[in-house]
Design a protein around this ligand. Sequence first.
Ligand code: PBG
Length: 335
Amino acid sequence: MDRMRRLRASETLRSMVRENHVRVEELIYPVFVTAGTGICHPVDSMPGICQYSIDRLGEELDRVVAAGVPSVLLFGIPDCKDDVGSGAYDENGIIQQTVRWMKKEEKYSGLLVVADVCLCEYTSHGHCGLIRDGEILNDETLPLLAKTAVSYARAGADIIAPSDMMDKRVGVIRRALDENGFLNIPILAYSAKFASSFYGPFREAAHSAPGFGDRKTYQMDPANGREALREVEEDILEGADMIIAKPAMAYMDIICEISRNYNIPVVAYNVSGEYSMIKAAAAQGWIDEKKIVMELLTGFKRSGAKMIITYHALEAAGWLREENGADWRKHGDQV
Ligand code: PBG
């Protein structure tokens, strides 16, 4: 007779039949780098997350390396913004300087650097593209995104991640990278990126809130799942190597659909608002932070994510190591 509980009888058995695992090797940690010096500025709405100036960034990167997290996703906060976002594609822009520095520091050069490509942190109006008469322009924005991507690659970025949601940007960026000799730099495309309120704390962290209106004319309607698959299909045809679904928690069906329909690595972006909610509840003592975070990350894996971008990465890596350590001790005891 079928009895589902038979395989749940002990932790040894449960762990043997466990289908999904969170692995430190698959975590990507977002980092905010700001212009200036001597800065380690906590982001109020994201406990544990700070903006760092390059001269103090090592403090954070040391933690990343110690945690064994292999990759960082960089966001830049420039010292000045303009209406064409020129800080994004300035050869001496904040990200370009950061990546050049990281790649020549031996301690950090092995970290896989993912560079987020978007204009919103660099435009005075806070939108992800150029603007004319209140309209966010698509095709006029594309060359600037391509220029940004090439200059990040030239600085040494390992992966280019366009998050702007302009149509056709993946193809334009791919072509620009290839023409400039960066054939082997992969594109991690934010393909299924929804116009979400879960980005609220990020916009404080990256100073990128739109100055007027919202992002609904370029980011996706949260109600649309089928459309997300079309976005993914387009980006794959244009040359995307990996696909991001974002946010993650309220969009696990999207992660699942993408991974079932396409043979391409899917990345769950566990965004700022999702992080802040957990931190707030944990600070109140209302939830067990470690257990909740690990359950959530496991859920992303179960839903089909290969990698996870998460602000919890460093803590999660620590918890995973503790667990592995405990396992080894357990086995040792048995000998
Ligand atoms: C830039 C960008 C955003 C996020 C990642 N890249 C903000 C936005 O689209 O408004 C959000 C990340 C997060 O909330 O953690 N376009």
